[in-house]
Design a protein around this ligand. Structure first.
Ligand SMILES: NC(=O)c1ccc[n+]([C@@H]2O[C@H](COP(=O)([O-])OP(=O)(O)OC[C@H]3O[C@@H](n4cnc5c(N)ncnc54)[C@H](OP(=O)(O)O)[C@@H]3O)[C@@H](O)[C@H]2O)c1
Length: 267
């Protein structure tokens, strides 16, 4: 992001796993650290020059207020910073709907965002949904998120499933890498070698899938030489749509939990 596009003042409430990853990427991408205030009572480690406060300063307000605490903390945070009317509030709280944010915060525009952990290297996914169609606000939200990776606007009704797919997706992908390595280990590979091969295989496969014109389904067929061994392995994953069913159940469980978090924040 160019310095001219950067928000004049940005407050980040909560700099844990995800808030911290976004913060480090923003600073690495050129947002001046002296424009950023982190509000987090846990004294998190932050890039040099970023101000850290345990509480929001009274009677002050930023241009952009970013909420990155656990969804269950929403009321405590709303109470602590109720006097701050930001131009734009961006919440990454899983499940928490724009209406639930609007009922608690005085920001002029509210944007719900769902990032994933790969924002740490600028290769994340960030889904957005806002309560304003104003082009300038949408452009400001997109400019803020662009250094973090791929950005898409999403209908709010789809946010819980998007959260399950791309928000939680890195967690499911890491499990797959771990399982690939464990499978190799079970068949005789040394533990560290199996993990090295699994990591590098998934890295290269993901990069190729991201760049290719073909779908992943076609790429899988390209790996499977006629009469060869990959087809035998794919037959196991494909039997009764085993992998598709497993991942559908996985996403359904995560989506249900996001809906529960949404219901809790409505009350
Ligand atoms: N992790 C992900 O991959 C991911 C992806 C997308 C969205 N999210 C969303 O991001 C949010 C944070 O998740 P996380 O995984 O980053 O959790 P986390 O690591 O626990 O981060 C939350 C941070 O907020 C701090 N905090 C607690 N109470 C606070 C308060 N009153 N004011 C300011 N800061 C406070 C915590 O400090 P202490 O540790 O000292 O309590 C911690 O540093 C959640 O709403 C989650 O749904 C997470």
């Amino acid at each position: 992001m160019s310095d001219a596009q950067a928000p004049a003042r940005l407050w980040l409430v909560g700099a844990g796993n995800m808030g911290g990853a976004m913060l480090r990427r923003w600073v690495a991408s050129g947002i001046a650290s002296d424009r950023i205030t982190v509000i987090d009572p846990g004294s998190p480690a932050v890039p040099e020059g970023v101000r850290v406060l345990a509480e929001a300063p009274d009677g002050d307000a930023p241009d952009i207020l970013i909420l990155a605490v656990k969804p269950q903390m929403i009321d405590a945070v709303a109470e602590a910073i109720c006097s701050a009317e930001a131009a734009m509030l961006v919440s990454i709280l899983a499940g928490v709907e724009v209406a639930a944010l609007r009922s608690r915060f005085a920001a002029r525009a509210i944007v719900r965002a769902m990032p994933n952990l790969s924002v740490a290297i600028g290769k994340g996914v960030v889904a957005l949904h806002g309560d304003s169609e104003a082009p300038a606000l949408r452009a400001a939200a997109e400019a803020l998120m662009a250094p973090l990776g791929h950005v898409e606007w999403v209908e709010e009704a789809l946010f819980d499933v998007v959260t399950a797919l791309s928000g939680s997706g890195p967690g499911f992908t890491y499990r797959f890498i771990d399982a690939l390595a464990k499978g190799g280990e079970a068949l005789g590979l040394p533990t560290d070698q199996a993990l090295r091969l699994a990591r590098a295989t998934v890295e290269g496969s993901a990069m190729l899938a991201a760049q290719a014109d073909e779908t992943p389904a076609i790429l899988a067929d390209r790996v499977a030489s006629p009469g060869g061994s990959t087809r035998e392995g794919l037959n196991v994953l494909d039997a009764d749509a085993a992998l598709v069913r497993l991942l559908t159940d996985t996403l359904a469980a995560a989506t249900r939990r996001n809906a529960e978090l949404a219901a809790a924040a409505r009350s």
